[in-house]
Design a protein around this ligand. Structure first.
Ligand code: 4AD
Ligand code: MG
Length: 478
C-alpha cells in the first residue's frame, strides 16, 4: 500500500479509511499516542495505538527515532491543536531505534552545540526540519525570481586559477597523489607537474567568470558553493557557503541597488507565503531564546514582523562618507564606545559599526555605497573623485553584511592601472581583460551569501545552524 504524506493527511477535508503513513517516532505517550513525523511538515500526526491488542514486544519497540509504518483510519481528533489523527489498525516497526542510545531525545532539550556535533541526526528535530524546508524553498525562490526575469543561470567553475576577491583566502587544489608528490628543491609542492599545470584553488566567487557571460547574455546569475579559507570562527562565517551572484550588462550602481532590494523582498515574500507554519514555529523558538537574554539585548520585533518590515520598507541608501560622519565619535551606548573607534575617513567598517547603523541608527536595512577605493576589490568602478569606488554593501539587522556588490570598472586602461598598482598579474587575467578589450560596457552585479539570508529568515543566530553540514575551521566531520 502506498503511503500518504503526513502533510496531506493533516490537510484532508474528510475522514479516510485505510490510510498508511510512514515516518519516525518523535514521542510515544501512555503506551498509546505516537507523535509521528515524516518531514513533509513541521506538524506531527498523532497515531493512536490499540495497545490492548498490540503485543508488548511491539509496544516496547515504539521508541523515539524508530521508523514505523502505520495503517488505519483517519478520523477527526479530539485532541487540541490537530484536526485529524490515525486510529491504528496495523503497526509495523521498519527500523528500531535503541531508546538508550538514540542521541537526540526531545526530553533532554539538546543544545544547539550538541546538535551541531550530530548534524546527521539533528535534521530529525522539528527545528532543523523547519530550517531545512525553509532553506529549500528559499533556493527555489532564488531561481524563480531570476528565471521569471529572463536571467540565464550560469555554473561558474569550482576549481579555478583566479582569486576573484584578491584577498588570498583560498583553499589550494592539487591533483597530485598524496604519495610521491613532486617537490621542488626547497620542499614545496611542484605545481608545474600538477594535473592543472598551475596553482589552482576552490572558487571564492564566480563573479569574474560571470561577468564574461553577462557581456554576452545580458543578465545572468550564479548560485553555487563558494569557499573561503578565512580562519574566522564567528557566527556569520563558513569556510564553505553558497553564494548567489547576478551580473547585468548596462546596469549602473543604482540599477544594481534596485535589483538587490527587489530580489531580497521577493524571496522573503515567497517564503512567507509558502512556509507559514515553519516560520511560525521558528518565531516561537526565537522568542524562547530571547527570554534568556537581558531585556536590553532582546529584539524589539518578532520574527514574522521583522520579515514583513523588510518587505514594506525601502532600504535606506547611505554613502560611506555619510556613515563615517555618523560613526565618528559616536558612543553606541552610554558607557562604551565601539571596540574599534573610527577616527578617519578611509577606515574599513567592522561588524559592530555595521550593526549599529542598521539596528540603532536607521533601524532598517541599509545600503552603504561609494566606499574608499583602497578597502575594496580591484574590479570596482572608480568614481570621478578618484578616491571612491561604486561599491555597495547591504547591511541587515542581526546579520550585518548580507550583500556585497558593485558597478564594475569597464575602462580597460583604468582597470589595468589598478591591477598594476595592486600587483595583480595581467597575464593571469588575460581572459577577464578581454571583456574590456572587446565591446566593453557599463555593468554591475552583487553577491548574496545564501546562508546569511537563511539566517535572517529563520531567526537563527549561528550560521552553522542553517546549512546541512557546516564547514568551519572547527568542523569538517561529515
Ligand atoms: O562581499 P563578498 O566577498 O563579495 C564577493 O565575493 C563579490 N565577488 C560578489 C559580487 O559582486 N558578485 O561576498 C558576498 C557575500 C557577503 O556579503 C556575505 O553575505 C557572503 O557573501 N559571505 C559569506 N557568507 C558566509 N561565510 C563567509 N565566509 C562569507 N564570506 C562572504
Ligand atoms: Mg564584502
Amino acid at each position: 500500500m502506498r503511503h500518504t504524506k503526513v502533510k496531506d493527511l493533516l490537510n484532508s477535508t474528510t475522514i479516510l479509511h485505510e490510510v498508511n503513513a510512514k515516518g519516525w517516532v518523535r514521542t510515544f505517550r501512555n503506551n498509546q499516542f505516537i507523535a509521528l513525523n515524516d518531514g513533509s511538515t513541521i506538524n506531527n500526526i498523532q497515531c493512536v495505538v490499540d495497545f490492548e491488542n498490540t503485543p508488548d514486544e511491539t509496544l516496547k519497540r515504539i521508541t523515539t527515532g524508530a521508523a514505523i509504518s502505520v495503517t488505519g483510519t483517519l478520523v477527526e481528533s479530539k485532541g487540541a491543536g490537530q484536526k485529524f489523527e490515525i486510529q491504528v489498525n496495523k503497526l509495523e516497526i521498519l527500523g528500531d531505534s535503541d531508546a538508550e542510545k538514540f542521541p537526540i531525545q526531545p526530553k533532554n532539550k539538546p543544545s544547539l552545540d550538541y546538535l551541531r556535533e550530530n548534524a546527521h541526526l539533528r535534521v530529525r528535530t522539528n527545528m532543523f526540519g523547519a530550517i531545512m524546508r525553509v532553506r529549500s524553498v528559499l533556493s527555489y525562490a532564488v531561481h524563480s525570481y531570476f528565471q521569471e526575469k529572463g536571467f540565464v543561470y550560469v555554473n561558474t567553475p569550482i576549481i579555478t586559477g583566479s582569486d576573484a576577491e584578491g584577498a588570498g583566502e583560498m583553499f589550494k587544489v592539487t591533483a597530485l597523489p598524496f604519495d610521491g608528490t613532486p617537490r621542488t628543491e626547497d620542499g614545496k609542492v611542484n605545481y608545474k607537474e600538477d594535473f592543472f599545470g598551475k596553482e589552482t584553488n576552490l572558487t571564492v566567487s564566480g563573479q569574474l567568470e560571470g561577468e564574461t557571460f553577462a557581456m554576452a547574455l545580458g543578465q545572468i546569475y550564479t548560485f553555487g558553493p563558494t569557499f573561503r579559507a578565512e580562519n574566522s570562527n564567528t557566527s556569520r562565517h563558513l569556510a564553505e557557503f553558497w553564494m548567489i551572484e547576478p551580473e547585468v550588462a548596462f546596469n549602473d550602481l543604482n540599477d544594481n541597488m534596485d535589483l538587490a532590494e527587489d530580489f531580497i523582498q521577493y524571496v522573503i515574500k515567497y517564503v512567507l507565503d509558502k512556509c507559514p507554519e515553519d516560520l511560525k514555529f521558528l518565531e516561537g523558538r526565537l522568542l524562547d531564546e530571547e527570554k534568556s537574554k537581558p531585556q536590553a539585548e532582546r529584539s524589539e520585533m518578532a520574527l514574522l514582523d521583522k520579515l514583513n518590515f523588510v518587505l514594506e520598507n525601502n532600504f535606506k541608501r547611505v554613502s560611506y562618507t555619510e556613515a563615517i560622519d555618523i560613526l565618528r565619535d559616536c558612543t553606541p551606548n552610554k558607557k562604551k564606545k565601539f571596540n574599534y573607534i573610527i577616527n578617519e575617513w578611509g577606515a574599513d567598517l567592522q561588524s559592530e559599526h555595521e550593526r549599529y547603523l542598521v539596528e540603532k541608527h536607521f533601524k532598517c536595512p541599509v545600503i552603504l555605497f561609494d566606499y574608499p577605493a583602497n578597502i575594496k576589490a580591484f574590479y570596482m568602478r572608480l568614481n570621478e573623485d578618484g578616491k571612491t569606488v561604486r561599491a555597495m554593501d547591504i547591511l541587515f539587522p542581526g546579520i550585518g553584511e548580507i550583500v556585497g556588490g558593485s558597478q564594475r570598472e569597464e575602462r580597460f586602461d583604468v582597470l589595468v592601472e589598478k591591477m598594476k598598482a595592486l600587483g595583480i598579474d595581467e597575464e593571469e587575467l588575460w581572459w577577464y581583460l578581454d571583456t574590456r578589450r572587446f565591446g566593453s560596457a557599463v555593468h554591475s552585479g552583487f553577491g548574496l551569501g545564501f546562508e546569511r539570508l537563511v539566517l535572517f529568515v529563520t531567526g537563527m543566530t549561528n550560521i552553522r545552524d542553517v546549512i546541512p553540514f557546516p564547514r568551519t575551521p572547527m568542523n569538517a566531520e561529515f
